[in-house]
Design a protein around this ligand. Sequence first.
Ligand code: MN
Length: 295
Amino acid sequence: MKIAAFDDGRVGVVLQSEVVDVTAVLPSGLDLMPTQRINWLIQHWSSLQASVEAAARSGQRLPLGGVRLMAANPCPPHVFAAPANYRKHIGELGDRVVTKKGRTAREQGFFLKAPGSVVGAGSVIGLPKGSSRRFDHESELAVIIGKGGRDIPRDRAMAHVFGYACLIDATMRIEKDVAEEERSMRKSFEGFTPLGPWIVTADEVPDPMALSNRLWVNGELRQEANTREMIVDIAELIELISSVLPIVPGDVIATGTPEGVGPFGPGDTLRIAIEAVGDMSVSVAERPSISPRAY
Ligand code: MN
C-alpha cells in the first residue's frame, strides 16, 4: 500500500494516479494535530489496516495532480541518518567531508537531521540568500519505522520496518579551515530533507537491499547505484540506532548516499527515484530574505 499525507495533513491511499482520502478512519481527536496522523496510523497499524483497506476501496478518488503532497511523514519523531554508507562514495569529497578516511557508518554511528527540515514532493529546498557555499544532493532510501523498540538485534530488525520512501539529504559542505559547522546544522536548513512522495509499506518491497537508487539534476543523471552496495544494511542500522536510544513509530532512517554527490543551486530541479518506492522532484530556490547570519 502507498500511504500519503496531503493538503493540510489528510491521509490518503495512492492508487495509480489517484488518491483516496482515508482520514475518517483515524480518531477525530487527531483533527487538532493533523500532521501527527501518520505517526498515529503507523503506531496503530495492526488494528487500523483492515479499515484503511476498506476505506481505500470505497472512498472518493481524487486526482493526485489536484492535491498537495506533504512529506511522506510530515512530523517524524526522529530523522536518523547514516554517514558514508556506500563503498564508492567514501573519499569522493576530499576535504569537504567530516568522515575520516576509511571510516564508515559502522565505526561512526549515525547523525541526526532536524525533523523540521522535512518537506514533501514538489517542495522547495531553500538556500541561504546570497550564499557562496557549496550545497550537495545525496540520494537515499528512507526507512520508516513501524514498531518501536530498544536494543533490537539485527536478525529481528526488519520486523520493525513499516515502509520506505525516497529521501534527499541536502547538505552544506564544510570549507576546510574556513567554515566547519556541525553536520546536523549543515543538513537541517529549511527544506533540506525532502521525504516522499509517499510511504510504500514493507510488504510491497520484498528486498529493500536490491533497489536502484537514482538522482537527476535538471534531467541529468548524477547518482546511480543499488541499495545492495550499502556497507551497513538496514537491519544493522536499526540495531545500531536502537542500541543508543529507543526508536519509535514514524521515525525515519536515511540510509546513506552512493557516489555521484554533487552541487546544486538556485533554479535547479532535483529528481530522485528509488525502485519499487517512488519518484519525486523538488525545486531549489534562495530564501526570499537575508538571514541575520550569513552562510
Ligand atoms: Mn547523507
